[in-house]
Design a protein around this ligand. Structure first.
Ligand code: ASP
Length: 287
């Protein structure tokens, strides 16, 4: 059994037209299915999907990133291999186009799980990633930020992917620019293993929403632990999102288990998402 879910963030706003994103997510899911059928690993596919979502500029990650309150682009990303229990992350990485690829390299090439800020940027350059010569020319939201998202409202967007491959391995990957107008140095849930991203032998989860709340309930890992203790995946996801809602936060998550079960719950106006199981239909939606 192969299965996959991806998301383009729980910042979707009622009444907006997301048909471009819905079509794009469907295409990305279709390509990922071909790779999985050809034997690619869950981790490789999760990273490749997130890289494609970053590059599209359609979501608040990678090319579509929003700047922080100082006008800089500080991006967060992480991934976890549920089979090997290895993980990698970058936080507040400035001016590289694909933070998920740097996070992968942190996992593969260092004894660490997370690098942050200047150290992450130095590491990326040393590993051969090319820093953007003109970040404001690359990030497509530059210059049109964002009078309708005043700082402090925690308006947000993210991308993520969870995968079960043909060998039964689970993986998760997540990438974000975080919340609009965040303070310089702010780090959300996305690069924090356990909060925004988690994978083990039971389930893989990628979260999206107001990261401050997801950190405080250890959202992603909690879903897997509840599922391992016997709750249905959907029930576990909703229980964690309800804890966040009770604290005043919002968001959603995508989750997949070792049998290819998928849950995509959200407690927000919408969540851009797509998923498939085996050769089944690819479902892609925003609300
Ligand atoms: N969780 C992300 C963060 O707080 C934002 C999002 O998912 O939309 O950085």
């Amino acid at each position: 059994m192969i299965a996959l879910a991806l998301h383009g963030g729980a910042g979707a706003k009622a009444g907006r037209d997301y048909s471009t994103e819905i079509a794009h997510m469907r295409d990305v899911a279709a390509s990922a299915r071909e790779r999985l059928k050809a034997g690619a690993s869950a981790l490789d596919v999760a990273v490749e999907v997130v890289r494609a979502l970053e590059d599209s500029g359609l979501y608040v990650a990678g090319r579509g990133a929003s700047p922080n309150a100082a006008g800089d682009y500080e991006l967060d990303a992480s991934l976890m291999d549920g089979h090997a229990r290895t993980a990698g992350a970058v936080a507040a990485l400035k001016d590289f186009p694909n933070p998920i690829l740097v996070a992968r390299t942190v996992m593969d090439k260092t004894p660490h799980v997370m690098l942050a800020g200047d150290g992450a940027a130095r590491f990326a350059a040393e590993q051969g990633f090319a820093p953007l010569p003109d970040p404001k020319a690359y990030f497509i939201r530059a210059g049109r930020f964002e009078s309708n998202h005043p700082p402090g409202t925690l308006a947000h967007g993210t991308v993520g992917c969870v995968v079960l491959d043909a060998k039964g391995r689970l993986a998760s990957a997540t990438s974000t620019a975080g919340v609009f107008g965040k303070l310089p140095g702010r780090v959300g849930d996305t690069p924090i293993i356990g909060a925004g991203t988690w994978a083990d032998g039971t389930a893989a989860i990628s979260c999206t929403g107001q990261g401050e709340y997801f950190i405080r309930v250890n959202a992603a890992a909690q879903v897997s632990f509840r599922h391992a203790a016997g709750e249905a995946l959907e029930t576990a996801g909703n229980a964690v999102l309800q804890q966040i809602a009770d604290m005043g936060g919002e968001g959603g998550l995508i989750a997949i288990n070792a049998k290819g079960g998928i849950a995509v719950p959200f407690k927000s106006q919408g969540m851009k998402r797509a998923w498939f199981q085996g050769d089944g239909e690819i479902i892609s939606a925003a609300f």
